[in-house]
Design a protein. Structure first.
Length: 483
């Protein structure tokens, strides 16, 4: 995810915006081992030699020690590392007496787990990818620093505006797990939904369908032209929720997703869930899903879609960068919020899932936490945000940073989707709070089986509700609720 995150798949091959926390993912998420959990629980001692605070000034509002080393470890995925290297250069310019130790890896957990155990983690970590460390564990075991000082600091560009006042909707809330502290900062901003080629729709003389009857009619027309209606990452079916979850909210209201996130009894048996599961199952029953989809990974399904073998694909906005080498120049990439059922839906057409991705954390036992937060403050400047957006085809958490940039088709469409949605933006938290439940159980064992035709919607709902009930009763994991 999602990142995260997160279908956190992020780059070609191995890196991936793990969004489902991610993020989105590469294979089933490598979950923290029991060794890691106990390490987090018992990592003794204070961080070695905490850097002494520097002098707080207008240019140094976080009182960074100007001579202390700052260590930054980045996930080396689909966003690459150039945007982070650019931001590091600004840190080095602002603090010329400091040393910055920067590295990028896809092995986040295996590289950093021992360091958390020893009490000497880096100062800033991009905790993403298939080896992402479990956010719930890190928060539950008090392994992360509260980022509120960063959010309340003056923004890098405007001293009269706090960092928190420069951010896109939902970013602060995503970093909260229980109460006011903010443990995670999601730097990328992802639009989830149904991705498609406007050119392909035009050749069918169709518009994006707003009701499910219209969706079925468009898929039937595509089928007659030799094109499947849908494909998805069959090996990683937790991609399906990127369009299914916001559809559930559209049909039944955002409170249905909140109940699911809260692991409330019977949440999955809500009529809106049943209706949406049955709608998606109809795609399978009518033969509108690309043949062989259950055996495709995210890259294979995206490639087939880019080649015109399928019309619609549930995914996140990283797909434009990740599939850049296979999407034709005249593809006219676009994204839409989910198709609904009909006029009885609780939320309007245009309702979309959009949220932060690419989770950055400052460890509680970092030697130079102020330095880690200052590096994030720099990354949230307009210049750094523009660098990120221009280089990786993704919006950042900074609410702006697109002026003067020629937006790619996917970015342009994503921005238009956000504008159309207005306040009708949803952000399911189950992918952040309960990674195993979301990916392995709801995704693979539930939706994956249903979409492959090996389970009916009723059977899938019963199975998923049982998984959710088990998670709710599991005293070994920390539970979270919408505040």
């Amino acid at each position: 995810m999602g990142s995260t995150s997160a279908a956190n798949h992020g780059g070609g091959g191995v890196g991936r915006r793990d969004l489902i926390k991610r993020s989105a993912a590469l294979g089933l998420l490598t979950l923290p081992t029991a060794g890691f959990l106990s390490a987090c629980a018992s990592s003794g001692g204070d961080s070695q030699d905490k850097a002494k605070a520097g002098k707080k000034t207008a240019k140094n509002p976080l009182a960074v020690n100007e001579t202390a080393q700052m260590e930054f470890v980045l996930f080396d995925g689909g966003f690459g590392k150039e945007y982070a290297e650019d931001a590091v250069k600004i840190y080095e310019k602002d603090f010329p007496k400091a040393t910055v130790k920067f590295s990028a890896t896809q092995k986040i957990q295996s590289t950093l787990q021992p360091r958390f155990n020893q009490g000497n983690p880096p100062d800033l970590i991009d905790n993403s990818g298939a080896e992402q460390m479990d956010m719930g564990v890190l928060v539950g075991k008090n392994q992360l620093a509260d980022l509120t000082p960063l959010l309340d600091a003056p923004s890098y560009d405007d001293p009269n505006k706090k960092v928190r006042d420069t951010l896109r909707p939902g970013i602060v809330e995503m970093g909260q797990f229980d109460g006011d502290p903010v443990w995670i900062f999601y730097y990328a901003y992802t639009v989830y939904g149904v991705w498609y080629s406007q050119k392909a729709l035009d050749t069918l003389d169709e518009q994006y369908p707003e009701t499910w009857d219209q969706m079925l009619a468009v898929c039937e027309k595509a089928k007659k032209k030799g094109m499947a209606g849908w494909t998805y990452a069959g090996k990683y079916p937790y991609y399906v929720p990127f369009s299914l979850y916001p559809m559930i909210a559209k049909v039944g209201g955002r409170e249905v997703l909140d109940a699911i996130d809260n692991l409330e009894p019977g949440a999955w048996k809500h009529p809106a869930v049943k209706a949406c599961f049955e709608a998606y199952y109809e795609l399978y029953k009518k033969g509108y899903i690309l043949k062989g989809t259950p055996g495709l990974d995210h890259i294979q399904s995206q490639t087939a879609w880019a080649q015109g073998k399928a019309l619609f694909l549930p995914n996140g906005s990283w797909v434009e960068n990740e599939s850049a080498n296979v999407i034709p120049k005249d593809f006219d990439l676009a994204v839409s919020g989910p198709t609904g059922l009909d006029s009885s839906d609780k939320m309007p057409f245009g309702t979309v899932w959009a949220s932060g991705a690419e989770p950055f954390v400052v460890p509680a036992k970092a030697k130079n936490p102020a330095g880690g937060m200052e590096q994030l403050r720099i990354m949230l400047s307009e210049a750094s945000s523009k660098s990120f957006t221009a280089k990786v085809k993704s919006l950042s958490a900074y609410n702006g940073g697109t002026t003067g940039i020629t937006l790619t088709p996917g970015l342009k469409s994503g921005q238009a989707a956000l504008e159309k949605a207005g306040d009708n933006v949803v952000n399911p938290r189950i992918q952040d709070w309960y990674v195993k439940l979301q990916k392995e159980q709801i995704g693979v064992a539930g939706l994956g089986e249903m979409m492959a035709g090996r389970m009916t919607p009723a059977e899938a709902i019963t199975k998923i509700q049982a998984f959710a009930d088990d998670a709710a009763k599991d005293t070994s994991i920390k539970h979270y609720k919408h505040q």
